[in-house]
Design a protein around this ligand. Structure first.
Ligand code: GLC
Ligand code: CA
Length: 517
């Protein structure tokens, strides 16, 4: 069943170490996020917070050593409860991160699992039956006395929890539907229940398609999720599940997620919008992004893949389109404030749930030179939020070292400066999100037509007899367009563009939103 509640939502993603430090120890925390909820409410209805659970932080907290404890750097369970309470007062929903494809190797379950003697946790992880066995999987050998190696999910410190294999090829493997895996499923359900009872509205689910191994087309992982949702949705019908998957056409109708991120994993379309040049992403061929002044990009692959996904999710859920996240270089890389305004005017006009990664609303920059807590080149998108031009950019009162250094541009790029300046990116985002959240034509369910996929993009949306038109020109070229069919439209938003009597003049790097009643 479709969760209609979220169809007009904007999600704001908070990286907890870096948002706001309430106690001056140099690290962002839950109380800090709670203090800033009214700020978030200006643009968003849903907040997703990256992992805040107990962790040795060898992968930024995506390596959990206790699912039921809040890591001391972030605060306490009471702080989280209070965050939920305050969010609720403001009408904000809070999503936590559900990381169940693996745990940290410091987790008690794993410490038991690696023991030689058979015990309750022996099958919680994927172990070969001989430490010297050769097989084509990422296996770590020689950790403890158990005669076997364990399979990892990401870094070597992240042993994969056992959801089985699509087919059994080696004697030590279990099929995904093996009854011996039920205890792992039950652990996942219990983690969900624990935080839903505490006040979470749902979860962003880490690496969702990869739980079952050797799973062609993710058929068996989908079946496991469907089984889990069959249980949890009866108990918590309003819970929201957002997958880190990248194939909404599968994750929503087949696996049962409400929302899936439309990012780079399975199609180059998203990269081709913003991150196609050298250094703006990893592992992709280089080229030109569509959103560049040089006007050399192409958006066809993006729209084709979007179309495929939109038509498949329609009955069941939504596609989420992010400005960025904690794994990607910032969208601001080699873009100025005007460029970024066109990015937002585009993303917020799509029939999707937009996600704003913290700091993207002020164009925070990417620092390529830092690494911390297993972040490597992802760390540059995780720096402290730039609240003002004062000490530590207003992020922390600490006199010592911060979790990560504040970006050098904070004196010019910060919330306070942009709030005070009428033509700032912040104010553009605020206005665009206000319209997005209230205009019926911009709901995820309203019709969507791409009138032009080239420069300038022309998008059209309809709802209840009203017509919405967005024209977006990321290039430096000027354009004029004739649109007699929307002659009487009202201008909802404009950046370097003018509209009169059906004629639209677009300067270089410009955008306009129009509405016909
Ligand atoms: C996801 C997270 C990433 C993490 C990985 C392993 O891709 O977004 O930050 O390192 O999963 O959990
Ligand atoms: Ca702190």
């Amino acid at each position: 069943m479709k969760n209609e509640d979220i169809k007009n939502s904007v999600i704001y993603n908070v990286y907890p170490t870096s948002f706001y430090d309430s106690n001056g120890d140099g690290i962002g925390d839950l109380k800090g996020i709670t203090e800033k909820l009214p700020y978030i409410k200006q643009f968003a209805d849903v907040v997703w917070i990256n992992p805040v659970f107990k962790s040795p932080f060898r992968d930024g907290g995506y390596d959990i050593s206790d699912y039921y404890a809040i890591d001391g750097r972030f605060g306490t369970a009471d702080d989280l409860k209070n965050l939920f309470k305050e969010a609720d007062k403001l009408g904000l929903k809070v999503l936590l991160d559900l990381v169940v494809g693996h745990t940290s190797c410091d987790h008690e379950w794993f410490k038991e699992s690696k023991k030689k003697e058979k015990n309750k946790y022996s099958d919680y992880y994927i172990w070969t039956d001989d430490v010297f066995a050769v097989c084509p999987y990422p296996i770590i050998r020689g950790d403890g006395e158990r005669n076997g190696g364990y399979m990892t999910n990401f870094f070597y410190t992240q042993p994969a929890l056992n959801f089985g294999f699509a087919e059994k090829k080696y004697p030590w493997q279990m099929r995904w539907d093996d009854a011996r895996l039920t205890p792992v499923h039950d652990e996942v359900l219990n983690i969900m229940r624990y935080y839903l009872d505490m006040g979470a509205a749902g979860f962003r689910v880490d690496l969702a398609p990869s739980i079952v191994k050797d799973d062609k087309d993710y058929e068996c992982s989908s079946k496991v999720w469907t089984k889990l949702f069959g249980v949890i949705r009866k108990e918590y019908p309003d819970a929201i599940f957002v997958s880190e998957w990248g194939q909404p056409y599968k994750s929503v109708p087949k696996a049962g997620f409400d929302v899936d991120f439309f990012t780079q994993e399975f199609s180059d379309g998203y990269n081709k919008l913003f991150r196609k040049e050298a250094g703006t992403n990893v592992n992709i061929s280089e080229g030109h992004s569509f959103f560049r002044k040089d006007g050399k990009g192409e958006a066809t692959e993006f729209f084709d893949y979007l179309d495929k996904n939109l038509s498949a999710v329609r009955e069941n859920g939504y596609v989420c389109i992010p400005t960025g996240n904690h794994d990607l270089p910032r969208v601001s890389l080699r873009r100025d404030e005007e460029d970024l305004k066109t990015v937002f005017a585009f993303l917020l006009a799509l029939p999707c749930i937009p996600l704003i990664y913290y700091g993207d609303e002020i164009g925070m920059s990417y620092n390529p030179d830092i690494s911390k807590d297993g972040g490597y080149n992802r760390t540059g998108s995780r720096t402290p939020m730039q609240w003002n031009g004062g000490k530590n950019a207003g992020f922390s009162a600490s006199d010592g070292e911060l979790y990560l250094p504040v970006n050098g541009d904070y004196v010019n790029v910060n919330v306070a400066e942009q709030q005070a300046r009428g033509n700032s990116l912040f104010n553009a985002v605020k206005k665009l999100t206000e319209i997005k959240r209230t205009c019926a034509c911009l709901s995820s369910d309203a019709s969507f037509e791409v009138v032009s996929k080239d420069y300038p993009l022309v998008l059209r949306r309809n709802s209840g007899g009203e017509t919405f038109t967005a024209v977006i020109n990321p290039s430096a070229k000027n354009f004029t367009l004739d649109m007699p069919e929307i002659k009487n439209a009202a201008v909802l938003y404009s950046q370097n563009a003018a509209f009169e009597d059906g004629k639209i003049s677009m300067k270089g790097v410009s955008a306009i939103w129009l509405l016909n009643k």
